[in-house]
Write a new protein. Structure first.
Lengths: 325, 677
């Protein structure tokens, strides 16, 4: 079975259109985040999260009333799980009733038991994160992403050329920003996806980084090989050929990963859903960015250098291209 | 075939090794399902099953893949010892400058991993030193002689380390004594303690256990008559017979001992030194007479004598083994205690699995009604017998303490005639109570109990007035030091706070497991079917490689005692993605080479050769992000990173080496079977 017979698409020629699309999505995400704010999960924000399963289906308003009476005004309440008997209650650090520290869980349970008698609420899960730990995790998350970028930049600069390393890192930043944009916007539109910023989402981001780099490296590798093979051809032709040659692999691999993620998204349960969703976005952008961001930016960068130096045509140019990678 | 002989052997060895490494995981799963099959009413049966299979269960669990709390259910708690508070409390003559230093330290402590004492001294030299203050102005510490800053810093550091260690000791005690399964307690950084309790029931209880202040009590031994009655009542209740009215002690048997329980496990041979309480001035010999009451106790409890006490007719005509079995059946609870008793030694020792069985039964709400408020069961700290097995001395104490630790003003270790002793001082009120208690209980034992664990049960030699006591009979100075810490532990030197807590209910854990495994299974299935359809022979070979990859990854997880979490399972899925990618790279390359008109053999050669560089680069960069994820992430995220890293390493081997061997074998034997779609 073959999905693709030799393709010959001019990817590099269309880069400007895609620059615009990428910029649009990224900027939209950032603007959304600035206007609406980012919803941090408990592990970054600090606070207490209680997940209960009621014997009978309950109304959110009833729970809210019970919580208000118990001194938890302003606590977040939402359904969580397969049906409306599962409820997630979140009391953020600094919110009413959060002062009790680790005892907050018990206080919440007491308030629910008092406010909604006769409906046995089973504690499925609870998490309490002190404000201090939350801050630490936030810091660590930012460090982790920055550090990954630096390590990859160094490795690729060493393995290929600094320009290509930069191209890959810009692609990574692009992927994380796009995934972030999707997470933030979708969290606003579809709260049932549970896409608030937490450490699971961080894991998704860092995995996206790994995948995106993997994709990019494979195209770079082919560019380098083709440059040796087809000496004298210009960089645009070589890049386009390399991307076209690796396209079947790119699609098949991304496709299989996409397939497993779709399965995880549908059947993986509540906890993995946010992760799977973000990864789905990440697999698409990771694939796309290795072509339209990493390769294209490297091309533009090398091209600009060449225009500036204004090298004589012919032999010298071919040599330069050959050593460009 | 010849070409790859060594490699094939290596691969086969790896596969066999992996299966061997995973066998305990399968075993442990098997045990767990058996244990879970016991209902709540079968706790005696369950305890017996646990006790008899204890060693093999433990061995299997130790080598099995550990399931994270998100999969098993359980409690994960991070606690922090407030070292700053400790420093503050050590200081005297605090003024505005000192408060400023404390505030500055607190601000930095919140964001720094540095030891608090270092931060404190740094801030002190920044803020207080220019104003002409030295550490000696605030700290008058007993172990500091010269008053130099360096010495005071060292002393504070020591003190704070001790405070953290003491907190860990106290927390460990409480958890041990609670009878929770496989808790892990570890020090994290300089002042944090991470506690993981899998499968625990009531988080509120655990929270109270962890955050409550340490409770030091002095308790008298319970009257053996009442102990026997309580034990009998529990036995009868567990057997389903109504609690007996008659006092077992009243029934005196004449027949010889017929029941004999297996005493091979008995540890009575190990005899710790006897401990005595003496007036500070009085020097007593340490091998003093055994207390009356405890001697009587053991006599009554040992199976030989208990059987004699029971209706002897019931045992008539039974062989020793039958009698033992009957005795065991009729004492479903107390058998765990009685088999440790002997007529010769007043003390009763129980082995670790028996202790667990006892605690399991005692912690049942319906059983609690039989003894709560009337008496208390307590154990000593664990000791190790010749086989390295833990054993404990069991104590039957009054429910109400005679005295609590709040009256103790000081305790220290010392030596008298070359022997280690511990001195203890009490305040006026304590001294008055202590004089009454010791006066009324001369030649009886008093247990020193910290959070339910008996650290020492010295004999009272005389009435102690004035509040100064001396406890002798310690084996060595370190044992004396421990008792000193215990006596001082009534008040924790520094408060300990829960800063992070996660509770996963067992039902959610089970739900996560089933959903996780299901989705992963279907994910694999989908990818494998696709690969087989798309690459035909190549697809099947790749599928085989993926299965081997999973096997290796799980085996490595089991070997290194890593924990499998839900995100870790997601990591497995992504590992499969990476492993498949490596094969896709090779096959696509191969197709290209075939398309260029190369022979199958040459195409395979070139395909593998050319695809190696991108595969290696890709794996390595993904591995890098795994390392970073591991070092910055916490808990569950680390689980994800570990699985990912192991999977990537395994994939490099399975996707490149194993598939290559298979293709070479096929080329040799059945080249027509090779099709790449």
């Amino acid at each position: 079975m073959h999905f693709f017979r030799k393709t010959n698409i001019d990817f590099i020629g269309k880069r400007r259109t895609w620059y615009f699309v990428s910029t649009f999505i990224t900027v939209a995400g950032i603007i959304w985040a600035l206007l609406r704010g980012v919803e941090f999960g408990i592990d970054f924000a600090g606070g207490t999260e209680v997940q209960l399963k009621f014997g009978k289906i309950v109304k959110i308003d009833d729970i809210r009333a019970a919580l208000d009476a118990g001194g938890f005004r302003g606590a977040e309440v939402k359904y969580y799980g397969a049906d409306e008997s599962g409820v997630l209650i979140r009391v953020r650090e600094g919110g009413a009733g959060a002062g009790a520290g680790a005892q907050t869980t018990k206080n919440v349970q007491d308030a629910i038991a008092k406010g909604i008698p006769g409906n046995n609420a089973q504690l499925l899960q609870n998490t309490h994160i002190g404000a201090k730990i939350g801050k630490e995790l936030q810091q660590k998350a930012v460090f982790a992403v920055i550090f990954t970028c630096i390590v990859i930049l160094i490795y690729l600069a060493f393995r290929f050329k600094f320009v290509y390393g930069m191209g890959a890192v810009i692609a990574i930043v692009h992927d994380v920003l796009v995934a972030f944009a999707f997470a933030v916007i979708c969290n606003g539109i579809t709260p049932w996806l549970n896409l608030e910023m937490n450490s699971t989402l961080l894991a998704a981001f860092l995995t996206i980084v790994g995948f995106s780099v993997n994709d990019t490296v494979i195209i770079y590798d082919r560019i380098r090989e083709d440059q040796k093979k087809y000496k004298g051809q210009d960089l645009k032709t070589i890049m386009n050929r390399a991307i076209n040659e690796t396209l079947p692999r790119t699609i098949i691999t991304s496709g299989t990963v996409f397939l497993t993620l779709v399965v995880l998204f549908i059947w993986g349960g509540e906890v993995l859903r946010g992760f799977a969703f973000t990864m789905l976005v990440g697999v698409i952008t990771g694939t796309y960015s290795s072509i339209f961001v990493a390769s294209a930016i490297s091309y533009d960068w090398l091209h600009r250098d060449k225009n500036k130096v204004k090298q004589p045509a012919g032999k010298v140019k071919a040599k330069e291209v050959a050593t460009a990678v | 075939m010849k070409k790859h002989r060594t490699l094939i052997i290596v691969v086969l060895l790896c596969i066999v090794g992996s299966l061997w490494a995973l066998y305990p995981t399968w075993q442990s799963q098997d045990y767990r399902s058996t244990i879970d099959s016991f209902g709540p009413k079968d706790s005696a049966k369950k305890a017996q099953y646990l006790a008899s299979n204890d060693e093999s269960i433990k061995a299997a669990n130790k080598k099995a893949i550990k399931l994270g709390l998100d999969l098993r259910g359980g409690i994960y708690v991070t606690m922090e010892v407030d070292v700053l508070k400790f420093i503050e409390e050590q200081a005297t003559g605090k003024d505005a400058i000192f408060d400023q230093v404390i505030a500055a330290t607190a601000a930095e402590e919140a964001i720094s991993e540095e030891p608090v004492v270092s931060i404190f001294t740094k801030k002190f030299s920044e803020i207080a030193s220019p104003k002409g203050k030295a550490l000696a102005n605030y700290f008058l510490l007993s172990d500091v002689k010269t008053g130099e800053d360096k010495e005071i810093t060292a002393s504070l550091q020591n003190g704070s380390d001790e405070a953290v260690d003491r907190a860990i000791e106290i927390i460990r005690n409480r958890i041990d004594q609670f009878g929770l399964t496989e808790p892990t307690i570890q020090k994290f950084g300089t002042r944090r303690i991470i506690i993981e309790v899998p499968g625990a029931g009531d988080p509120t209880q655990v929270r109270q256990l962890l955050e409550g202040t340490a409770q030091l009590e002095f308790k008298l031994f319970k009257d053996p008559k009442i102990v026997n009655k309580v034990l009998d009542n529990i036995d009868k209740y567990l057997m389903g017979v109504a609690p007996a009215k008659k006092d077992t002690l009243a029934v005196a048997g004449k027949a010889d001992s017929t029941a004999k329980v297996d005493s091979s496990k008995k540890v009575a041979a190990v005899v710790p030194a006897k401990k005595n309480v003496a007036d500070k001035e009085a020097k007593k010999d340490t091998a003093g007479a055994k207390s009356d009451s405890s001697a009587k106790m053991a006599k009554n409890l040992s199976p030989e004598d208990s059987a004699r006490l029971a209706d002897s007719l019931a045992y008539a005509g039974l062989s020793k083994e039958q009698a033992a079995a009957k005795f065991e059946k009729e004492h479903p609870f107390s058998i765990f205690i009685r088999k440790g008793a002997s007529a010769k030694d007043p003390r009763i020792f129980v082995l670790e699995p028996d202790r667990k069985a006892i605690l399991d039964i005692l912690n049942r709400a319906d059983i609690k009604t039989f003894y709560e408020g009337e008496m208390a069961f307590a154990f000593s700290r664990p000791e190790k017998d010749k086989n390295g097995q833990n054993y404990y001395e069991i104590y039957f104490l009054n429910a109400q303490p005679e005295l609590t630790g709040k009256y103790i003003t000081g305790a220290d270790k010392d030596s008298r005639d070359g022997k280690a002793v511990v001195t203890m001082q009490m305040d006026d009120e304590g001294a008055r109570l202590w004089a009454r208690v010791t006066g009324e209980n001369i030649n009886k034992q008093i247990a020193i109990v910290l959070d339910g664990v008996v650290y020492s049960a010295p004999n009272v030699h005389q009435k102690i007035e004035g509040g100064n006591s001396e406890i002798s009979g310690m084996r060595d100075l370190s044992e004396a030091n421990l008792l000193k810490i215990v006596l001082k532990a009534g008040a924790l030197p520094a408060p300990v706070k829960i800063i992070q807590e996660q509770v996963v209910g067992p039902s959610l854990g089970a739900d996560s497991i089933s959903k996780g495994t299901e989705s992963i299974f279907f994910g694999f299935l989908a990818v494998m079917i696709f690969m087989a359809l798309y690459y035909i022979t190549g697809g099947f070979v790749a599928d085989f490689a993926v299965i081997i990859n999973l096997l290796f990854t799980l085996a490595v997880l089991a070997t290194f005692g890593a924990t499998l979490t839900l995100p870790g399972m997601a990591g497995l899925v992504l590992t499969v993605g990476i492993a498949v990618d490596a094969n896709v790279l090779i096959y696509e390359r191969l197709r290209e080479e075939l398309g260029n008109g190369k022979s199958l053999k040459l195409a395979i050669d070139d395909g593998y050769k050319r695809a190696f560089a991108p595969i290696f680069d890709g794996h390595l960069t993904a591995f890098f992000s795994g390392i970073i994820l591991y070092s910055f992430g916490t808990g569950t995220v680390q689980g994800f990173a570990v699985t990912l890293m192991i999977g990537i390493a395994a994939s490099l081997f399975t996707a490149i080496v194993i598939t290559r061997i298979i293709f070479d074998l096929l080329l040799e034997r059945a080249p027509t079977a090779i099709k790449f779609g």
